[in-house]
Design a protein around this ligand. Structure first.
Ligand SMILES: *[C@@H]1O[C@H](CO)[C@@H](O)[C@H](O)[C@H]1NC(C)=O
Ligand SMILES: *[C@@H]1O[C@H](CO)[C@@H](O)[C@H](O)[C@H]1NC(C)=O
Ligand SMILES: *[C@@H]1O[C@H](CO)[C@@H](O)[C@H](O)[C@H]1NC(C)=O
Ligand SMILES: *[C@@H]1O[C@H](CO)[C@@H](O)[C@H](O)[C@H]1NC(C)=O
Ligand SMILES: *[C@@H]1O[C@H](CO)[C@@H](O)[C@H](O)[C@H]1NC(C)=O
Ligand SMILES: *[C@@H]1O[C@H](CO)[C@@H](O)[C@H](O)[C@H]1NC(C)=O
Length: 665
């Protein structure tokens, strides 16, 4: 009997470990695995060893007392009988023994089983404790954050390895990347890196030209170049938003990533999603057949739009929509600054991620796992564990985002040419849905809501596409946890926002969080503009097989007015036809894939036909494409507020080019 208990426990343990390391790193499994392992060991210990010879049935002689009924007389006598002691009917070929871990006769195989399970247990331990085992304390990195037409924010981490050191000064050396000859370096700002701030800080390079290539390296305070980065980091400034030529560029959006999941032994620093993204963005490995193509690609200047990437424009930035770290998956290391910082260092240490952030500006928002599962901030920064989480998020990700409309906030907006972005903070201000009445619940908080409305007013007639980023889905179609964690419980605020958004052309919502991909269409009442939400995740994390969590359409219907052309008495007239459609409906659903991102190719060069083409990549392969056809927007001259934004150098250039400012403002 014990043999089967051992086998059962072992099998359960193996399946559990597989699920935990490769499918879903859930807390339940994390807690169950050590228990199963200990039970398995105990059961194995208690199982009597089956002797090596017992495969062949052993016959021996036993004296058996027999009761013989001899007529009426009952007599007892002893007799020698041959008894065949058949061992438990266990099939004992090595494969079965190892697969089903049924203790067999061969000592070696039993040992193999014990070793397999112990190894699996060690793998699980390695996965859970990796952030502590490899705490990434000496990670050195730099990356580009927010990019403006005239400036850029740079993040630097450079710890000093001298014992007891508390500060290190690092100077930025930068130059315009000229194709002809290498110009000399300009001395840029000095960063004061301190142990107190985990050796990380940001610098801002000002006075740059729009749409221009730049490079920078790091040096010590005396301007002697430091060993890292070995090659200068290149970036180029965003175009001037007032030049009315339209935009043509790509960007990438995704969310949810954790190193080495699905787990592979000895790959603790790998984040495979970024490896795939780097290969997608910058195909390397030239073969003799395509060497010239790769060469030409590398030669092509970044400004030469549409000559690279098979006719596609360059990818200018990545939007990371939250769950950049998993503070509490598979294990929460506590409400202290170090346990949060460690997870950011770990990501920046990853060679996979390094390939991406050293070449591509990244802009961030956070979601619950940068803080804790399903975090509800209630506009109170003392809500535990916001302070610790916020400290690390600021240092590593948020400080290098675009300047927020009010100091200290994590929501912000930015532009790329005539395309505008608003990135929400859906964690810090949301109200507790278990308190207060439904009508007064807020997701964004009063100030952020005002900022968003102001922005919508502003971009209504100054931007062609308007991308609004929300870390959690705006749609209410996702079920399970999303019913409480998405916008769903904030129905009143959502409806009011939707009404405003439907009054604006070409709004696209971007979200993440669900570890699935979906495109949702929001139909508007009457003549309002419909809009789409594109939810993309995970960048490098689990997806749940079998259980589907997205409803196909909402119960709530809206009456949409569609213009139909009709012939009335020989002439064509348009007539508005009313049709009833679901308020929200799924256009596409792709749950499968551990590594997903969406690439948006935005083309507003033809003001009459702006388009945004979406390409979904799942596990390194194209999985879906969608063309979002925009409506033409009558771009009006920006209002006074925008003038303050003009790069100082640019005004001079426009004058030099004979373009008088009056034309632009
Ligand atoms: C570093 O600090 C420790 C304790 O504060 C001290 O014992 C040690 O001598 C210091 N080392 C150096 C190189 O200053
Ligand atoms: C660097 O920062 C530390 C801590 O904030 C401060 O004590 C020190 O004076 C600063 N050094 C410089 C050169 O600004
Ligand atoms: C060149 O070929 C290799 C191998 O087939 C491929 O991985 C790589 O993406 C190709 N590069 C380009 C630019 O086509
Ligand atoms: C790329 O540039 C190198 C040196 O600048 C040049 O030798 C080479 O011919 C160029 N390749 C192509 C395909 O233009
Ligand atoms: C904010 O949260 C802290 C900790 O939960 C609590 O002590 C404090 O009363 C809260 N403040 C407000 C204004 O609700
Ligand atoms: C956007 O402009 C349209 C008119 O073109 C107006 O009806 C609508 O209310 C505006 N929406 C916002 C949010 O400003």
């Amino acid at each position: 009997m014990l043999v089967f208990i051992t086998a059962g426990l072992s099998t359960l343990f193996r399946i559990g470990t597989y699920l935990f390391l490769r499918v879903l790193p859930s807390t339940i499994l994390r807690r169950a695995l050590p228990v199963l392992y200990v039970l398995y060991l105990s059961s194995l210990y208690l199982t009597p060893t089956i002797s090596a010879v017992s495969t062949t049935a052993v016959a021996h002689i036993e004296k058996i007392r027999l009761r013989v009924e001899n007529g009426d007389v009952e007599e007892e006598k002893e007799e020698d009988t041959i008894v065949q002691k058949v061992p438990l009917r266990v099939r004992s070929d090595p494969l079965t023994t190892v697969l089903l871990s049924i203790p067999g006769p061969a000592r070696l195989l039993n040992l193999v089983n014990l070793m397999i399970n112990t190894l699996l247990f060690l793998f699980a331990l390695d996965f859970v404790l990796y952030p502590v085992i490899d705490d990434a304390k000496d990670t050195v990195f730099t990356r580009v954050g927010a990019v403006y037409p005239d400036s850029a924010k740079l993040v630097v981490r450079y710890p000093l390895d001298a014992p007891n050191a508390t500060e290190n000064q690092v100077r930025i050396l930068w130059r315009q990347a000229s194709t002809a000859e290498e110009s000399t370096w300009n001395a840029g700002p000095v960063l004061n890196l301190t142990a107190q701030d985990d050796w990380v800080d940001i610098a801002r390079l000002d006075g740059l030209w729009p749409s221009t290539n730049y490079q920078y390296i790091l040096a010590d305070a005396e301007a002697t170049p430091l060993p890292y980065p070995a090659e200068p980091i290149a970036f180029h400034t965003f175009p001037d938003p007032r030049i009315p030529t339209g935009s043509y560029f790509r960007f990438v959006a995704s969310s949810c990533a954790t190193p080495n999941f699905p787990y592979v032994p000895f790959h603790g620093r790998q984040i495979r999603g970024y490896d795939l993204l780097a290969d997608y963005l910058w195909p390397r490995t030239p073969t003799p057949e395509n060497a010239t193509a790769v060469d030409a690609m590398n030669n092509a200047s970044d400004n030469a739009v549409a000559t690279k990437n098979g006719g596609k424009p360059p990818v200018e930035f990545m939007l990371f929509l939250g769950d950049f770290i998993y503070a509490d998956v598979p294990m929460y290391f506590g409400d202290n600054v170090e346990s949060y910082r460690r997870l950011y260092r770990r990501n920046y240490q990853s060679p996979s991620m390094r390939k991406v952030y050293e070449k591509l500006p990244m802009f961030h928002t956070y979601d619950d796992h940068e803080i804790i599962n399903n975090y509800v901030g209630q506009g109170n920064d003392s809500t535990v564990p916001f302070k610790s989480a916020d400290n690390a998020f600021r240092l590593y990700n948020a400080n290098a985002n675009f300047d927020p409309p009010e100091p200290d906030a994590h929501y912000y907006d930015f532009r790329y040419g005539d395309v505008a972005f608003f990135v929400m903070d859906t964690r810090r201000y949301r109200s507790d849905i278990h308190q207060g009445d439904e009508v007064s619940r807020t997701m964004l908080g009063e100030r952020q809501l005002t900022a968003l409305h102001d922005w919508l007013d502003r971009v209504n007639h100054t931007a062609t596409f308007k991308f609004i980023v929300t870390s959690v889905p705006f749609t209410a179609l996702w079920t399970y946890e999303a019913e409480v964690d998405s916008w769903n419980p904030y129905q009143y605020e959502k409806d009011a926002l939707l009404t405003t958004m439907h009054s604006v052309k070409n709004v696209v919502l971007l979200s993440g969080d669900r570890h699935e991909f979906a495109v949702i269409k929001f139909n508007a009442e009457g003549h309002g503009h419909s809009l789409v939400e594109i939810s993309t995740s995970p960048m490098s994390m689990f997806w749940v097989p079998l259980v589907r969590t997205l409803r196909q359409r909402s119960e709530k219907m809206v009456r949409r007015l569609v213009d139909v052309e009709k012939e009335v008495e020989g002439s064509i007239v348009t007539e508005a036809v009313e049709e009833e459609v679901p308020q929200e409906e799924v256009m596409k659903y792709v749950p499968e894939g551990n590594y997903k991102w969406s690439t948006f190719e935005v083309d507003t060069r033809d003001p009459q036909h702006p388009v945004a083409r979406l390409e979904l990549m799942a596990d390194g392969r194209p999985a879906y494409e969608l063309e979002i056809v925009g409506k033409s927007v009558d771009i009006r001259p920006p209002t006074k507020g925008v003038e303050a934004f003009v790069p100082k150098g640019l005004k001079g250039v426009l004058d030099k080019l004979g373009l008088r400012r009056g034309r632009w403002f």
